[in-house]
Design a binder for this molecule. Structure first.
Ligand SMILES: [Fe+2]
Ligand SMILES: [Fe+2]
Length: 256
């Protein structure tokens, strides 16, 4: 426990470092037509095989669900974040693609899965003849989404910011694989306690709010914060990258 506290402190210090960010200088996508949509990836045998094995491997290690349900949800939310904020359709599609592929690196290892995932995505997207400029944006987004190497990913592009927000807001009961509550770890308990989660994007107010309904019989709100603090910090930074403030609302009460 002492170790994990130290890690969180270290992460927070890392993030508190005030370095100016320049979202306006983000890379431009290609002007060539995008030859695929995210549906083509959902039907791709290699993607399916890698994703399923990645999810199986994480199950062996006792992690929550990181399979097709998670990919589809993250893909949809990432697209919606950019759509609601008025980004063009090209970037929306790239966010959907990054969302669908973001966790395939877990097939190599949980550790540094963001980095391996970015490289696997490159191969897959090259095979589909996606322009290299677009692949580069997806690679940056996938490579920057993780918090698994004691470093927090930081948004490098609007596509990247949308992916972080979408991924970190997927907290839900259905992700818990363990059917025996007696064997729940802290992550299981917090996920299991979450009955609904919704990422609300308000373009007028310039706010992005994670709305959660938590069964406090199962997990206290404080447990959620203890476990998810690094993720919430990533979300705040990602929202700021998109020119928005980030809020959390749990059981109808604004907590952040
Ligand atoms: Fe991930
Ligand atoms: Fe994920």
């Amino acid at each position: 426990m002492a170790d994990s506290n130290r890690n969180v402190e270290h992460l927070v210090e890392d993030l508190a470092e005030e370095r100016p960010r320049h979202p306006e200088e983000s890379a431009s996508p290609s002007k060539k037509a995008l030859p695929i949509t995210v549906e083509d990836l959902e039907a791709d045998d290699e993607v399916m095989a890698l994703a399923n094995t990645a999810n199986t491997n994480l199950g062996v290690l006792g992690f929550t669900e990181h399979g097709p349900r998670h990919f589809r949800l993250v893909s949809r939310i990432a697209r919606n974040v950019l759509r609601r904020l008025g980004y063009d359709e090209r970037l929306q599609e790239l966010a959907a693609i990054a969302g669908y592929l973001h966790d395939i690196g877990n097939v190599v290892s949980r550790y540094d899965h963001s980095l391996t995932g970015a490289l696997l995505a490159r191969e897959i997207l090259l095979r589909h003849k996606v322009p290299v400029e677009d692949i580069a944006i997806v690679m940056g987004a996938i490579g920057s989404h993780g918090d698994d190497s004691q470093r927090l990913g930081e948004a490098v592009h609007p596509v990247s910011a949308a992916l972080i927000l979408a991924d970190k807001s997927d907290v839900h009961r259905s992700r818990v694989r363990n059917i025996d509550p007696g064997l729940f770890d802290q992550h299981d308990r917090v996920n299991y306690a979450s009955e609904s989660s919704f990422l609300r994007v308000d373009p007028e107010e310039k706010t992005i709010t994670l709305e959660l309904t938590i069964d406090t019989e199962i997990s206290q709100v404080m447990h959620y914060f203890e476990i998810f603090l690094p993720r919430m910090l990533m979300c705040r930074r990602a929202a700021e990258f998109l020119g928005c403030d980030f809020h959390i609302d749990i059981n109808g009460v604004a907590l952040l």
